[in-house]
Ligand binder design. Sequence first.
Ligand SMILES: Cc1ncc(COP(=O)(O)O)c(C=O)c1O
Length: 387
Amino acid sequence: MHQLNPVTKQIQISGIRRFTDLVAKYPDALSLTIGQPHWPTPQHVKEAAMVAIEKGYTTYTPNRGLPALREAAHAYYGTKFDLDYHPEKEILVTAGATHALDISLRALLEPEDEVLIPAPAYPGYEPIVRLAGAQPVYIDTRPDGFKVTPETLQRHITERTKVLVLPSPANPTGVAYTREELQALAAVLEPTEAYVITDEIYSELHFADAHVSLATLPGMRERTIVIHGLSKSHSMTGWRIGFVLAPVEIVEEMVKVLQYSISCASSISQYAALEALLHGQRDAEPMREQYRQNRDVVVRALTEMGLEVAVPDGAFYAFPSISSIGQSSQEFAQALLHEALVAVVPGDAFSTLGEGYIRLSYACEDEKLQTALGRMGQYVARQTSRG
Ligand SMILES: Cc1ncc(COP(=O)(O)O)c(C=O)c1O
């Protein structure tokens, strides 16, 4: 038999997945590993899906997604984030943000291209880049509060740089870029030929009132692909609905990749998404408020434990350094699970630049969060007194 694809052979199963498999062996553990809101999908959205099933809306939709849903996405992201994309030509409905990232990168990349990824990074980017035969190039953001700066960006750009991936707010750190920071990055990008994929899946869980998209800055629209979706904003991770908003020339290429990968997103999920966009403009607000409060609780607790942490601007993750403890991120996470029955994700799941950190998710009830942080505090105190 011929060998299987050597590129897929080299791709590792996500470190998050590996660790959650281990956590499953500790049924009494409190898990702070979760990558989704702990709220249910809004009732009105669930009902719209049930109506769709009953009415028999269970056939293929256009490849690009239901026209009404693209219209709704145009209005929704236009009102919220000042994005202006033509619903027929510049918006695609995808199977989650993951698929949006996949078709974006596949439509752009050629072998040998370089893709800049700020790191520590969400583990979903690198494998897609590698599958396209291109080269991921990590930008070390640790000295700069986990953000790319004009200087670090400039230093990493080469003639082969095809794409910069820019998540804001970011996973695993929760940091987000201000308008001024984006303007400074735009000035570096302007003279280059690089595209930017802005992953804005956490934009509605951005604690600052004004989430800014790079695409809205002068000169950036033609090179920017905006990734959105309902997984986090409407607690719809299992429904698999995402959006690409990009200039028509790029979308024309992407739609071919979409067509031959999934034909279209699930019709029932698209009707649910339509309801979410038409009548759920404020659905994320209570979650955002709770996660903002949880963020404050987490940052205070970690600081009291003596662990350094960048204050998250959004999403529901904190990424403290555990370098003072003298354990690797795997050792720390495994011992914390075993001894204190608290699960967090080892930082090395977010590239080698995540070593020396852990990610904890505060997408959970207050009581669980308090108990887990209390146990973690005791564990850290024991390690510190031993050291
Ligand atoms: C930064 C980031 N981008 C994309 C995704 C994928 O989102 P979806 O579930 O819509 O595919 C996630 C999921 O955790 C994420 O954290």
